[in-house]
Design a protein around this ligand. Structure first.
Ligand SMILES: [Zn+2]
Length: 74
C-alpha cells in the first residue's frame, strides 16, 4: 500500500482518470489514463509512463478547429 504524500492519511489506488489538456482552442478531454488517486483527499499522481504515451498521442493527433469558437461577432 502506498501512503499519500499529500495528506499523509489516505492511501493511493491505481485508477483510470480523465485527463484534459489546454490547447489554443480550449480545454480538450484527451484520454483516460492511469493515475494513483488518494482515497481521502483525491490528490492525483499521474503515471509518468502514461503521460509520456499521451504526449506522443497528442503530437500525432491533429487538433480540429471549430468554427463556432471563432470570434465572429460582427
Ligand atoms: Zn491524500
Amino acid at each position: 500500500m502506498t501512503m499519500c504524500t499529500y495528506c499523509h492519511i489516505g492511501k493511493l489506488d491505481l485508477k483510470r482518470v480523465p485527463y484534459a489538456q489546454w490547447h489554443e482552442n480550449g480545454l480538450i478531454l484527451v484520454e483516460y489514463i492511469s493515475a494513483m488517486v488518494c482515497d481521502t483527499c483525491a490528490e492525483k499522481t499521474y503515471n509518468l509512463e502514461s503521460l509520456d504515451n499521451l504526449q506522443r498521442l497528442l503530437a500525432s493527433r491533429p487538433i480540429e478547429k471549430k468554427d463556432s469558437l471563432d470570434n465572429n461577432m460582427d
